[in-house]
Design a binder for this molecule. Sequence first.
Ligand SMILES: Cc1cc2nc3c(=O)[nH]c(=O)nc-3n(C[C@H](O)[C@H](O)[C@H](O)COP(=O)(O)OP(=O)(O)OC[C@H]3O[C@@H](n4cnc5c(N)ncnc54)[C@H](O)[C@@H]3O)c2cc1C
Length: 429
Amino acid sequence: MAHIVVLGAGTGGMPAAYELREKLDTTHRVTVVNAVDYFQFVPSNPWLAVGWRERAAITFPIRPYLAKKGIDFIPQPVGRIDAEGNALEFPDGSRLAYDYLVIATGPKLAFEEVEGAGPKGFTTSVCTVDHAEHAYQAYQELTRNPGPVIIGALPGASCFGPAYEFSFIVNRDLRDKKIRNKIPMTYVTSEPYIGHLGLGGVGDSKSMLESEFRNNDIKWITNAKVTKVEAGKMFVTELDDLGNVRKEHELPFQFSMMLPAFKGVDPVAAVDGLCNPRGMVLVDEYQRSKKFRNIFSAGVCVAIPPVEVTPVPTGTPKTGYMIESMVSAIVHNICADLTGHAANAKGTWNAFCLADMGNTGAAFIALPQIPPRNVNWFKKARWVHWAKVAFEKYFIYKMKQGSSEPIYEKHVLKWIGIERLQENRDGGN
Ligand SMILES: Cc1cc2nc3c(=O)[nH]c(=O)nc-3n(C[C@H](O)[C@H](O)[C@H](O)COP(=O)(O)OP(=O)(O)OC[C@H]3O[C@@H](n4cnc5c(N)ncnc54)[C@H](O)[C@@H]3O)c2cc1C
C-alpha cells in the first residue's frame, strides 16, 4: 500500500487528487494538504474585484467533497518538507509520511521585490480571493473619488492575461457606471510589447490588443520596470529594446492593480536540490523531481524557462489546461511506478486560455507553448465572454463532483486539437 500526498488544493492539486483516487485501487491512500480549508477559483478573482462576483460564488469548503471520494484532507500549511525522510512537517511539530508527494503549491507572490507594491503597500492584487476582496474595497473608493488607474505587471511577472482582463473589465464597469470619462487608464507592463503575454506573442495578439487598448482609451507603457510605489505614485523606468533607459516616469494613481513576479513557496524553495534559485520545482519531462524520484510537481510552482530574454525580465505563464495536462502525466507516471513500469507520460504543456474583456473576450491557443508553433491562434469574440462564464461554473462543478476529465471536455478540446498527454512515441505502456 502506498500513501500519495498532494500538497496544495488549487487548480492543479484538486484534479490531481481526484484523478489519483480514480486511477489507483483502494489499497492506496490519497491525502490532500492545503494551507486553507476552502477551494478558490482563481480566474474569477478579477470579477470579484469589481463586484461582479461574491466570494461565496467562487469558493467552497474542500473537506466534504474530498471525503465523498474517500480522500483524506488536512487543512494546514506545511512548514517544512523533509524530502530525505519522506515526510511533511506542520508548524505544530506533527509529521505526515508519504511514499509519493505531488507538489502543487502555486506561487509565492513576490511583491517584496518592488518597494511599496502589493496589498500591504499601495497597489492591489487579484491573485487570491482575499486580495480581490481587498481590491474591491479600493475600487469602490475609486468610484466615489475618480482618479487615474494603473493596471499591469511588475518586473519578473509571468502571468499577464489577468492584467489585460482586469484592464478591460474595469474599463467596462466604469463605462457602465458612466464615470470612465473621469478616469485615465494606463497599462504598465514588463512585457516588451503589448500582447507578448510572456509567450513571445500568440498569433496577432500584438495588433489586436493594441487596437483594443486604443479603442478603449487605455494608454500603455511597455518594457516598464516599476522600481518603487508610494501612496498615489508609481515610479517606472521605461527601457528600450536594448535595455537602455528610455524614460523615467512618475505616474500618479488613485487605484492600481499590479501582478507580481512569482517565486516558489518557502517550504518548497527550502528543500536542497529540489528547486531553481527562484524556488520553482525542477522537473524532468515526466513531471518528476530531478533529485527526489518520489516527488512530482504540477502547476505554477514548476520551473519553466522564459520563452525569450526580454529587456525587463518576464516569465512564461502556466495556464489551467496546461496544468491539468501536467497532472494527468503525474497520475499516469505514479500508477506506472506502482506497477513496476517506467514513467513515460509527458504533459503537452500547451497554452489554451479564455480571457474575459468585460462584455467580449479573447481566446488563444499556443501549441506548443514555445514558438515556432503548430497552432498559433488568437481571436477576439463575444462568445468568449460567455464561454469564460460557463467555464467558471463548469470547473467549480467539476471540482465538486470529483471528476477530473468528463467526456465533454475531452472531446471538445480534442476537436480543437488539444490533448493532455503527448503521444508516447517511444513505445512502452
Ligand atoms: C488572477 C489570476 C487569473 C488567472 N486566470 C486564468 C485563466 O483564466 N485561465 C487559465 O488557464 N489560467 C489562469 N491563471 C493561471 C493559473 O491557471 C492559476 O494561477 C492557477 O490557480 C494555478 O494553479 P496551481 O494549482 O498551480 O496553484 P493554486 O491554484 O494557486 O493553488 C496552490 C495551492 O497551494 C496551497 N499552498 C501553498 N503553499 C502551501 C503550504 N505551505 N502548505 C499547504 N498548502 C499550500 C495554496 O493554499 C493553494 O490552495 C490565472 C492566474 C491568476 C493569478
